[in-house]
Design a protein. Structure first.
Length: 366
């Protein structure tokens, strides 16, 4: 396997330290909007960005548009409703799905995961659902196996389009990296198990559960898991000129297999900050966002989403980044100001740094 592929595959575990409607036209006299557009335009001109961006402040859209090509070979432009693979930004949707099942009495996050898994490996006996959500389970990160021998990974899974059960078998026989609950270490394996739990306890496929319970009620019609319907979608590139290797979404599953648009993710971030009791209880959203485990001195992890601030009781922003071959993603929202930034790229970039720079260009008030 080429070294470039190995490097790209590693980014699936990236976590931050914290048509007619194709374009959105913002007032060009707004200096904030001009600074945002100038920054992205310069990145495109120097072949450092291709994708779409949305920036909001207190619910008002400052910028929402595509930049560069969704399909460079065909000449199709990116737009606000272009669908991108969002990689690990998918995890917060898995977190909310688990909390909805808890809200309905199907499980408790303090429960041991083996209570819901037939033939559970003995070494998993101490692991709780909470530990899967917070990356403290000790499960070995299955995507690490892909960086050294992707063909061996496919052979162990038994398919290039694995089922959740086949994915689980790629790490079920591995020893834990550390005793559950003893430390924080990012693991996509935990989120594969969480998606499997959603399917087992809801009786629906993971994609159907998300649509029925979260995405459709929130009006996120261009977000989902599974085959992308006919429409506007982006083609991934390793860099400006090299197409990325194609890996089926089933390989990422609940850990990073969703697609979305900047328009939908902007709506999602607004929901996280303001809530919608007709869809999800306010307390449930609060549980999703609550910082729980320290990543470093200024970042804590909740349930599929990170929180950044001077202290665990002084949170400035909720955020998460992700990357798979050919795609980078980043979301950031500020509860005090209502500023939110969504970056989706169809080339492999550090979307976290890109998004944080955009957020810094937006004053708290305006």
């Amino acid at each position: 396997m080429r070294g470039t592929l190995a490097a790209l595959l590693i980014t699936v575990g990236l976590v931050v330290a914290c048509a007619p409607t194709r374009t959105y036209t913002a007032p060009t006299t707004d200096p904030v909007v001009e600074s945002l557009v100038d920054y992205v335009d310069q990145a495109v001109a120097t072949e450092r960005f291709r994708g779409a961006v949305e920036v909001r402040r207190a619910g008002k859209v400052l910028l929402r548009r595509g930049f560069g090509r969704a399909d460079p070979a065909a000449g199709t432009p990116n737009g606000p409703n272009t669908r991108f693979h969002i990689a690990s930004v998918s995890k917060q949707f898995a977190g909310l799905a688990i909390l909805l099942l808890q809200e309905r009495g199907k499980l408790g996050v303090s429960d041991r995961v083996c209570a819901y898994l037939p033939n559970c490996p003995p070494q998993w006996a101490p692991i709780t659902i909470d530990q899967l959500l917070t990356h403290t389970s000790g499960l070995h990160n299955y995507t690490d196996l892909m960086t050294t021998d992707i063909e061996g990974f496919y052979a162990k899974a038994g398919s290039r389009e694995p089922t959740p059960t086949q994915l689980i078998q790629t790490f079920a026989d591995l020893p834990l990296d550390f005793p559950p609950g003893s430390k924080w270490s990012y693991s996509n394996s935990g989120y594969v198990l969480l998606g499997h739990l959603v399917e087992q306890l809801s009786g629906e496929t993971y994609g159907d559960f998300l649509h029925d319970e979260i995405l459709d009620p929130l009006g996120m019609s261009n977000t989902g898991y599974g085959a992308v319907a006919d429409g506007d979608y982006a083609v991934g590139y390793e860099n400006w000129t090299t197409p990325a290797v194609e890996i089926d979404d089933s390989v990422w599953f609940a850990a990073g297999g969703l697609y979305s648009t900047v328009t939908d993710l902007g709506r999602w971030q607004r929901f996280l900050l303001t809530g919608d009791p007709a869809v999800v209880k306010k307390d449930t959203v609060a549980e999703l966002l609550r910082p729980r485990v320290a990543q470093d001195a200024t970042t804590w992890y909740g349930y599929g989403i990170a929180a950044r601030g001077a202290a665990i009781t002084d949170i400035d922003a909720y955020c998460h980044a992700g990357g798979i071959p050919g795609f980078g993603s980043y979301v950031e929202s500020h509860p005090a100001t209502g500023v939110s930034v969504t970056v989706l790229a169809n080339m492999s970039i550090d979307a976290q740094q890109f998004g944080r720079t955009l957020a810094a260009l937006v004053p708290d008030q305006g």
